[in-house]
Design a protein around this ligand. Structure first.
Ligand SMILES: NC(=O)C1=CN([C@@H]2O[C@H](COP(=O)(O)OP(=O)(O)OC[C@H]3O[C@@H](n4cnc5c(N)ncnc54)[C@H](OP(=O)(O)O)[C@@H]3O)[C@@H](O)[C@H]2O)[C@@H](O)CC1
Ligand SMILES: Nc1ncnc2c1ncn2[C@@H]1O[C@H](COP(=O)(O)OP(=O)(O)O)[C@@H](O)[C@H]1O
Ligand SMILES: [K+]
Length: 504
């Protein structure tokens, strides 16, 4: 699914109007009737409704919703904010329609002074002040109104977007001047800012309503952001040749673990085997020998000559992929061979966890990374690598600039893991759950992506399939086990079911 910017939403709106064809006022009515139907399905007509409408088309939507609810017997009070004496054409038409509607008993057009209505518990506020047309943070009277609504005990339904929230960049926005909705009914497609953790407080429960914007327009507009769906992943999966032998299924090298962190190596290695690699060799410190042999008998061990940390770079000619970093620590005696290893590797590489931390503390080495490298930082690791960010948008911008600079892939892990491609595209994962917020989940992802690379997946496909499978395995595990008790090992245990589901 594509995620459009507000400029692209306007383009799609125009495309639909021109090609369906449909009058813009009728498109607004279509959106409003979907909105009103959804509201009526959740709140019956005993709820008192207060509608706050702005001067643009978001306000137009809200006015039309007010009229439609009024016609269905809801008691609706409407406040239209027309401070500059200028309404969008469709907002103006809907203002007249509300004025003519005998079911709306209270309509106030605010042009200067505003005497706010009492908002009580059990009331429903419909926030139609601003949507995707907001072009600067709210201030002045609108900011005061937002604070007034947020302080009230009434429930708030936001139309399209919580007013005050920008579709993309909220870096310089003021959070107290943004509506905190309990439900957001967004039109056609979620907006980019909805994917960021810090904005969940504004959005509440998200419902995406299909208002039938042109499918042709959607496919024609080239979006920089997309959400990965099952239908994107299925065609990427490779078959296993019935005559295959293990030598053809990819030989992966995992360099992981230090003494006390053998678990990271075990998780990455197990996940790598479960994700379909033909053979997995693990390079790990000597002291991890016994535990590795017991925990993952299928893996071949290549022991470092040091007891407790990795201190060697090795040949990779016999391997089709290298996964490096989980649990390796940041000892300087590991860091030096680590960078040598990256320079020396002849196969695709996934670098995770301490590998990223080492790069963060040796800034100059970032210039020496091989093209096509896949980095898998979580937010904090990215901040260490690229400097602190004030919010997720800034962090995402830095990640995508890094991917472009490295000609590589930067996977920023989180609720909606973002894969930043070297060509500037960003793909968000849709699978996964809060049960996966548990130690070791990231090591599992490293193992999975390494396996896919070893199997011969193109790096961008290994990233897409890897993050999707990882989240899907977590979702299937959570369905059976619940989120609370989920462990990283459960994600590995459910990988077979995730594969099966995608291959069915
Ligand atoms: N997707 C679709 O196809 C469909 C979309 N639809 C709906 O259209 C909505 C988008 O409508 P929109 O473009 O008219 O913008 P909207 O959010 O109402 O705001 C624009 C107004 O706000 C003003 N303004 C801006 N910032 C401000 C500020 N900080 N403080 C004060 N004022 C500020 C701005 O003034 P300006 O700065 O331009 O002078 C202008 O007057 C979208 O969210 C959805 O609900 C549906 O109708 C059907 C199909
Ligand atoms: N709330 C969540 N929703 C979806 N996925 C999550 C959530 N929390 C964590 N994950 C996933 O779990 C993994 C955690 O990785 P990471 O933070 O590196 O953990 P660790 O370092 O403990 O292995 C990532 O792939 C992330 O996307
Ligand atoms: K709104």
């Amino acid at each position: 699914m594509k995620i459009f910017t507000s400029a692209q939403i306007r383009e799609l709106d125009r495309y639909t109007i021109e090609h369906e064809p449909i009058q813009s006022i009728d498109l607004m009515e279509r959106a409003a009737s979907t909105l009103a139907r959804t509201i009526a399905n959740t709140w019956d007509s005993s709820v008192k409704v207060v509608v706050f409408a702005g001067p643009g088309n978001n306000g137009g939507d809200a006015l039309a919703v007010a009229r439609l609810l009024g016609e269905q017997g809801y008691q609706v009070a409407v406040f239209l904010f027309n401070i500059r004496g200028r309404l969008s054409p469709d907002c103006l038409i809907n203002k007249r329609r509300v004025q003519e509607c005998k079911h709306i008993k209270k309509f106030v057009e605010v042009t200067q002074e505003f005497d706010p209505p009492q908002l009580e518990k059990g009331m429903l506020v419909i926030d139609g002040l601003f949507g995707s047309g907001l072009n600067k943070p709210l201030a002045g009277g609108f900011a005061s109104l937002v604070k007034y609504i947020n302080a009230s005990p009434a429930e708030v339904v936001a139309i399209d977007m919580p007013s005050g929230l920008m579709s993309e960049d909220n870096t310089y926005n003021v959070s107290s001047n943004i509506i905190r909705a309990s439900v957001t009914l967004t039109l056609q497609q979620p907006k980019l800012s909805f994917l960021f953790p810090e904005n969940q407080q504004f959005i509440g429960r998200l419902r995406t309503l299909d208002i039938r914007l042109s499918q042709e327009g959607i496919s024609k507009i080239d979006a920089n952001y997309t959400v990965i769906e099952e239908s994107d992943v299925r065609p990427l999966l490779k078959d296993r040749n019935p005559f295959a032998h293990k030598g053809q299924m990819g030989h992966a090298l995992i360099m992981a673990g230090s003494y006390g962190m053998a678990g990271a190596a075990i998780l990455a290695t197990k996940a790598c085997l479960r994700a379909g690699a033909g053979k997995v060799t693990v390079h790990t410190p000597r002291k991890n020998c016994q535990i590795m042999q017991v925990a993952v008998p299928e893996a071949v061990l290549q022991l470092d000559h040091e007891e407790t940390i990795i201190t060697e770079a090795v040949d990779t000619e016999n391997f089709q992929a290298l996964g490096i970093g989980p649990g390796i620590g940041q000892n300087e005696a590991t860091a030096i061979p680590f960078i040598a290893q990256l320079r020396r590797a002849t196969c695709p590489i996934v670098a995770d966890a301490d590998a990223i931390n080492i790069l963060a503390s040796h800034r100059a080495w970032k210039q020496q990374l091989p093209k096509g490298i896949i980095l898998t930082p979580h937010a904090k690791e990215l901040d260490r690598l690229e400097g602190a960010s004030v919010d997720s948008f800034e962090r995402l911008t830095k990640a995508h600039q890094l991917a472009e600079r490295l000609h590589g892939y930067v996977i920023v892990k989180g609720r909606y893991t973002a894969i930043c491609m070297p060509d500037g595209h960003i793909r968000f994962n849709s699978t996964g759950n809060a049960g996966m917020a548990t130690a070791g989940s990231g090591d599992v992802l490293t193992g999975i992506i390494t396996a896919l690379l070893a199997r011969g997946y193109e790096p961008q496909h290994a990233c897409i399939v890897g993050v999707y499978l990882h989240g899907l395995a977590g979702d299937l595990a959570a369905r059976d086990l619940g989120e609370e008790s989920l462990t990283a090992s459960d994600i590995i245990d459910y990988l077979p079911r995730a594969f099966k589901r995608l291959k069915e």
